[in-house]
Ligand binder design. Structure first.
Ligand code: P6P
Length: 334
């Protein structure tokens, strides 16, 4: 009997999950709550980003006499700080930091997990009020507990993720995360300051008619990609209606929309950048994990994203991700 539990908050949900898994230590639930706390703090700053210009640009002193930080760095500090002061994370790697950070204190060295994240992806869109997001992936450390985390704990295949998710700071602020048990979405309710469940058990529609790609690079894409884009422009879907092109230029928003409605997102390699732009460890792997749990697929054009053996923290990868039937169509062209 759920007493007085009309809408589960993120904390209530993670604790409910914890109760359903015997012998669970609760560390993953605790880590997800830490991420939710950081997300709420970042959300406050993102929502007033437009005002910063009035109060002074990044690097200046605001009316409270505080240093105004670039939002990317502010977000990085919030996520790193929340995880460092929690009980579940031995260290982090971030798009904003050259190398990983092992927290190296008694509690953190006993922690089971490490976290990789892009603290504020698409931050160039802030100035024009376009949605942006945070992307994260969580791995069980592979080195012995009791010692500081090492690079080996971070350079793991995406398959090894125990959880992955994102926060989209958009018309509403949503936190979506996946474990092997499913994908669930939570919307921030400002009236209580909690993420509350809004999209239980998200499944990616097996087909769709939305394709997301930057057409400006068309003539620098591989021929197979050009052929697939042309197919989308010419073909009528069996379920009726043409394809439609939607590209926000913010990966979290584009992939979130396609996850919910069905569709395909492509960031291919080009003649001048064969590995594309997106980062494997904290952009491609988390979304690939989420989409596969939701029934979609994600490849680099030849391999499953989650099977790529990483060699560098910041390595890039071409990325094709979305509804499985659309991914099949793309692969026929590739
Ligand atoms: P382009 C944002 O900078 C980002 O990393 C992703 O969020 C987004 O999908 C991509 O770059 C957009 O890149 O080259 O199309 O502007």
């Amino acid at each position: 009997m759920n007493y007085n539990r009309k809408i589960l908050t993120l904390d209530e949900f993670t604790i409910q999950q914890l109760r359903e898994i015997p012998h669970s230590t609760g560390e993953l639930s605790s880590l997800l709550r830490d991420l939710g706390l950081a997300a709420k703090r970042v959300n406050v700053e993102v929502n007033k980003a437009g005002l910063v210009d009035i109060l002074g640009d990044a690097g200046s002193i605001n009316v409270q006499g505080e240093d105004v930080k670039k939002l990317d760095l502010y977000a990085n500090d919030q996520f790193m700080g929340a995880l460092r002061h929690g009980i579940s994370c031995a260290g982090i790697a971030s798009e904003e930091l050259d190398d990983f950070v092992a927290f190296d204190d008694v509690v953190s060295n006993q922690s089971k997990y490490v976290c990789l994240f892009d603290p504020l992806d698409g931050s160039g869109n802030i100035d024009v009020n376009v949605s942006i997001g945070t992307i994260f992936g969580v791995y069980r450390r592979v080195t012995e507990k009791g010692s500081p985390a090492t690079k080996a704990d971070f350079l793991q295949q995406g398959l090894k993720q125990v959880a992955a998710g994102y926060i989209v700071y958009g018309s509403s602020t949503m936190l979506v995360y996946a474990t092997r048990r499913g994908v669930n979405g939570f919307t921030l309710d400002p009236s209580i300051g909690e993420f509350t469940m809004s999209n239980p058990d998200i499944k990616c529609p097996p087909d769709g008619n939305i394709y997301s790609v930057n057409h400006g690079h068309f003539f620098r894409y591989p021929k197979g990609v050009q052929d697939y884009i042309t197919l989308c422009q010419k073909k009528e879907k069996e379920n009726g209606g043409p394809y439609t092109q939607r590209y926000i230029g913010s990966m979290v928003s584009d992939v979130h929309r396609n996850l919910i409605k069905g569709g395909i997102f492509m960031y291919p390699g080009t003649t001048n950048k064969p590995q594309g732009k997106l980062r494997l460890m904290y952009e491609c792997n988390p979304f690939a994990f989420i989409l596969e749990v939701a029934g979609g697929r994600a490849t680099d054009g030849t391999r499953r994203i989650l099977e790529i053996e990483p060699t560098e923290l910041h390595q890039r990868s071409p990325m094709y991700i979305g509804s499985r039937h659309m991914m099949d169509e793309l692969e026929d062209c590739l």
